[in-house]
Design a protein around this ligand. Sequence first.
Ligand SMILES: Cc1nc(C(=O)O)sc1CCOP(=O)(O)O
Length: 208
Amino acid sequence: MNTQFHVISTGMQPLEQFVTIAAHIHPYVDAIHVREKTKTARELADFISALVARGVPARKIIVNDRVDVAAVFGVKGVQLAYHSLSAKTVKAHFPSLVVGCSVHSLEEAMEAEKSGADYCLYGHVFPTECKRGVPPRGLETLKTIASSIYIPVIAIGGIQPDNVKQVLQSGASGIAVMSGVFLAKDPLARVKEYARMVKKWGEDFNEW
Ligand SMILES: Cc1nc(C(=O)O)sc1CCOP(=O)(O)O
């Protein structure tokens, strides 16, 4: 598996704006997370249908939390939070879904691995507006987690093109970015910058 580059919707952009950006950037990313926490299942369905209609492959779409929606649309996978169904439950019922777990400590990462998650998303590594007032967890715990579990650890939170090197050298198997892409003036140019960094620094430090 190549070093992963995921992008995550902000939950604030109108469908058309998000889908237009996604339609341009999808060739440069491994996964697009639909993280629209306040939306209903029906609204999420509209987002996913619009993405697919605009050429985003279903195998690149990950739905946050809503296992039902992910399963119905046959997308790549689901991103689970502490309040979601467990990875074990999802895997038991929908073995074809890739399951990611959001974790914030070594204990949670180990639990995710034990529960059958395919990867975990660890953060937030650097300060980010999206987690204002919550201190960043830094690179040290990322290093500890990445060297303590076997499943890939994807880093999230405040990741910019110029800190991708540090993140990947700390053992992360990929990056996930929200505002750095979706709130950029030129999302396509920005995605290309991230992708270049992931390719440059990912190859040397990730063997899986
Ligand atoms: C969605 C999300 N989850 C986090 C976690 O720590 O689990 S941090 C985060 C937001 C990341 O946004 P940005 O790329 O704009 O910094």
